[in-house]
Design a protein around this ligand. Structure first.
Ligand SMILES: *Cc1c(COP(=O)(O)O)cnc(C)c1O
Length: 340
């Protein structure tokens, strides 16, 4: 690829693109509370990153936050963020889709403001990533933008951002959008493959891309709209594919999250099939920073994942604290490059 770019949206306050939308939403809730509207707190269901962003901005504004998390399905780094920021954290013995259903029922009964991405304030903030991409290319539109998708708000936010710039005359066309899903949680992919025949929610299986382990995305209709109107494509990545892609990207100096590995896999597949051309300017959206997902990398590099070759693993070499032993392994590593 000659013109490949990775847009890092996870190098931000809480380490994922969720910050972009949550600052808008919490600012609005802050305003409502100052107008004495009856909002006792803000709640969300989360696969980790939404709760981290919500709790940080709420804590700063002095607003109670209440987060519903699926027990044992998010990383420690993600879980500790709302805990440390003083959110009321419910760890619920279900998956994300179960948490989402519960929070919708609860917020229908109590004056808790719902902060999931069905709330368009989130998407308004997330649009800025699309605008930034265009600005960084001096308003030249890339051919492809590849976004990993779970609850599917973000793919629609990108569409809206590009569309807005097009309508304002800042750019002359739209990029083609690709939504990339984990094969273990791929309801959009299956819908796309059926020729948009029939949407069926799935039971999401466990995936290293845990922030997109969602079987019944709330923004399914918006995502389909975005894809249909951008000549879009949906791809999927198996666990081995996404982990290999992540490891290969990391070996170039990045330190990406597994979701970005899903998006990179989509790129590799579309490039191999010739859909994405060698000269096409392509932007892969990186949604969180890798430091939130270190356990997946530890497992991979120690080859501790069942049924996975971990082809690009780079495990540390155990060596005695002895000059001769250290020289031996170094000479073996350097091979011909070591002076004789
Ligand atoms: C939330 C999230 C996604 C998916 O975004 P959706 O809007 O739910 O499709 C992807 N990657 C990471 C790291 C996320 O936190």
């Amino acid at each position: 690829m000659n013109d490949l770019w990775v847009k890092h949206c996870g190098i931000s306050h809480t380490g994922s693109f969720k910050d972009l939308g949550m600052t808008v939403l919490v600012s609005q809730v802050n305003r409502l509370r100052k107008m004495k509207r009856p909002v006792v707190g803000v709640g969300c269901a989360s696969t980790g990153d939404t709760s981290a962003a919500l709790s940080a901005y709420c804590a700063s504004a002095g607003i109670p936050s209440i987060v519903f998390l699926p027990a044992n399905k998010i990383s420690i780094a993600q879980l500790v963020q709302p805990i440390a920021n003083g959110a009321f954290v419910l760890s619920i013995d279900t998956d994300f889709d179960g948490c989402m259903k519960l929070i919708r029922e609860v917020t229908a009964e109590l004056p808790i403001y719902l902060a999931n991405s069905l709330n368009s304030l989130r998407l308004e903030g997330q649009k800025t990533a699309a605008i930034e991409i265009l600005q960084q290319f001096d308003w030249e539109v890339p051919h492809w933008v590849i976004v990993p998708g779970g609850n599917l708000g973000n793919i629609y936010a990108f569409y809206k951002g590009f569309k807005m710039c097009h309508e304002l005359g800042l750019v002359d066309r739209m990029p083609r959008l690709v939504c990339a899903q984990a094969a273990n949680a791929n309801p959009l992919y299956l819908y796309y493959k059926s020729g948009w025949e029939e949407f069926k929610p799935v039971k999401a299986n466990s995936t290293f891309a845990s922030a997109i382990q969602i079987g019944d995305p709330v923004s399914i209709d918006r995502a389909v709209y975005a894809l249909k109107n951008s000549n879009g494509i949906v791809e999927e990545a198996t666990e081995e594919e996404l982990m290999d892609a992540m490891a290969q990207a990391d070996s170039t100096g990045m330190f990406i999250c597994p979701h970005t590995g899903v998006a990179l896999t989509a790129l590799i597949k579309l490039r191999n099939s010739g859909v994405v051309g060698p000269m096409d300017r392509t932007v892969v959206v990186s949604t969180a920073r890798g430091l939130k997902f270190t356990q997946s990398k530890v497992d991979y590099h120690s080859k501790a994942i069942p049924d996975m070759a971990c082809t690009f693993a780079n495990p540390p070499v155990q060596v005695k604290a002895d000059f001769g032993a250290v020289m031996d392994v170094l000479k073996k590593y350097l091979g011909d490059k070591a002076p004789k």
